[in-house]
Write a protein of this length. Structure first.
Length: 255
């Protein structure tokens, strides 16, 4: 086993243990929040809305809630851990190691993506208590799940390097990320919007992520899943490459 691979596994293990050892902070909040979402929006409101694009409302919202939980946790994991490491200066231990920058970034991003995937799976299991959940297109579900968690884990690296304080991270997650998801077709169909708003909505990348996961679960999508997956995959590769370039430059790492 090479030194680089050993170092990658050690850093990956450390980052995974960070959230595994704090289940009350990592897994309990999305559990409670999504029980409320499914109870209020899925059960109570769903009885009045009936179906959207031929799908029961509670099933229609499930993929969007999975996306929200998965990307929020993936983003939060890397952004907080990197910023916290900068703040307390222990990230210097990683930077002075013989690991290549791509290996450092890979460990941070993969650990955060694993956290996002676990939370997304947890939300899907919660949904299964409220309705019958199936997986019609497993390849697309796994592919979109991997791509979107890796993408937002990589975006979290940029946020962690950019932020000057913890308020910056909270602002990004609460006032930018979550609104984009809620306006990304989680609770409504694009067909219900006026033509102009439909075109504007297509500028929101969350539309493609939510519909991609929805296609995996239900086999229905309002946008082409193949094009969405290709574009999101390319974007993920580009953002990870940017992360490596920022680490190489020392952006945000030198105090």
């Amino acid at each position: 086993m090479s030194t680089e691979f050993t170092g990658f596994l050690a850093l990956l293990r450390r980052e995974i243990l960070r959230f595994v050892r704090r289940p009350k902070n990592t897994f309990l909040p999305p559990f409670i929040t999504n029980v409320l979402y499914f109870s209020v929006f899925g059960v109570i409101l769903g009885e009045r809305i009936d179906t959207i694009i031929g799908v029961p409302y509670i099933l229609f919202i499930l993929p969007g809630l999975v996306v929200l939980g998965a990307i929020s946790n993936a983003f939060e994991n890397t952004s907080f851990n990197i910023f916290h490491g900068r703040w307390n200066r222990y990230i210097e231990e990683v930077l002075t190691s013989p690991l290549p920058y791509r290996t450092m970034v890979g460990a941070y991003v993969l650990a955060a993506a694993i956290r996002g995937a676990i939370v997304g799976t947890l939300i899907a299991l919660i949904g299964a208590f409220f309705t019958s959940v199936g997986v019609v297109r497993p390849f697309y579900l796994v592919a979109f799940g991997a791509v979107i968690t890796l993408l937002f884990a990589a975006l979290g690296v940029i946020a962690g390097l950019w932020a000057d304080d913890f308020d910056d991270l909270t602002m990004l997650n609460q006032f930018i990320l979550r609104p984009l998801v809620f306006f990304g077709g989680v609770f409504y169909s694009l067909n219900e919007l006026p033509a102009t708003l439909q075109q504007v909505s297509l500028l929101n990348p969350m539309i493609y992520m939510v519909n991609g996961i929805r296609f995996g679960f239900l086999g229905v999508s309002e946008v082409d899943p193949n094009i969405s997956l290709a574009v999101l995959s390319g974007l993920t590769i580009a953002v990870v490459a940017l992360d490596v370039a920022l680490f190489r430059r020392g952006y945000g790492l030198a105090n």
